[in-house]
Ligand binder design. Structure first.
Ligand code: ATR
Length: 280
């Protein structure tokens, strides 16, 4: 029987998760199909999940705005998902529902893949933004042992709330006023944009890279080369685009559902690049 899985979100029509997982399903000759399911923010998430389990779904990815509800729905969860208060992976079984969060893993793996080293983790880093993605990335930086982490967000209260995650860790968080982000930047060796600035239809991120000698990581992947990434490369800096993070965050989910650790290979990346470019 065909195993059923999918991504749940709102909106979900543009999710690239089906492309990624169906590519690996084919590659590993697994009899499964990965779909999309739109569940509205006011819809009953738990009832929708109960329905999927009755239909025999074995697992799901969960995206905005349901990641907190996904964690609450689960009967057990990873320490990372608990710490972040959000899950992007659900695994259904007779025993119950297990939740995990692989966004931070996607970030670390993308850096490892692009740089081939963990040296970034020994130097100060800078996070722009304070949403769910920033939270997962802050968690990953804390786990990697980044000594000093600057955070700047338009809404300063959200950045303050985020900083609590570092309490009791080896990492020191320094909050920087959104309007002072440029002055503080040269102190860091890794800049991560987690805001939606630079995304198709959004204004570009205003931030001069003068005096910054580090790596630029933009989690935005549509367009593939954001104005920030383009400026970084033009200035001779190493820049990592958001597609690598998207691809790598999918690996732990596939492994959990099927017991196979899939490869982020050139064919998969090319498939996604073509899809993103067809929309541009
Ligand atoms: P996600 O969960 O994907 O990280 P989110 O919670 O919607 O998404 O977060 C979006 C981020 O982009 C936030 O940090 C947001 O800043 P605020 O917390 O101040 O809203 C940031 N962002 C979006 N539009 C922005 C803009 N025009 N200027 C500055 N920051 C912006």
């Amino acid at each position: 029987m065909t195993m059923k899985l999918g991504v749940i979100g709102w909106p979900v029509a543009h999710s690239r998760s089906p492309l990624i997982h169906n590519y690996w399903i084919q590659q590993h000759k697994i009899i499964a199909h990965y779909d999309r399911l739109a569940v509205s923010p006011d819809g009953d998430f738990a009832t929708a999940m109960d329905g999927l389990r009755e239909q025999g779904w074995v697992g799901a990815n969960v995206t905005v705005p349901h990641k907190e509800r996904a964690l609450a729905y689960a009967t057990s969860s990873s320490p990372n998902a608990q710490r972040l208060g959000a899950a992007n992976i659900l695994c259904f079984s007779e025993a119950g529902v297990y939740a995990d969060n692989s966004d931070g893993y996607g970030f670390t793996a993308a850096l490892q893949h692009s740089l081939g080293s963990r040296a970034w983790a020994t130097e100060p880093a800078y996070i722009l933004g304070a949403g769910g993605a920033a939270r997962a990335i802050l968690g990953a930086m804390i786990d990697a042992g980044v000594p000093e982490i600057f955070i700047s967000n338009r809404n300063g209260a959200r950045a303050e709330a985020l900083a609590v995650l570092a309490a009791g860790s080896r990492s020191t968080v320094r909050l920087v006023d959104w309007n002072a982000r440029e002055q503080a930047l040269p102190q860091a060796k890794l800049l991560v944009n987690t805001t939606s600035l630079g995304m198709v239809g959004q204004p570009a991120l205003e931030l001069s890279l003068d005096g910054f000698a580090g790596i630029v990581f933009d989690i935005v992947y549509s367009p593939l080369e954001t104005p920030l990434v383009r400026r970084a490369r033009a200035a001779g800096l190493v820049a990592v685009d958001g597609l690598d993070m998207l691809l790598h965050q999918a690996v732990p989910a596939f492994d959990l559902w099927f017991g196979v650790r899939p490869d982020v290979d050139a064919g998969l990346r090319a498939l996604l690049v073509a899809d993103i470019e067809s929309e541009a």
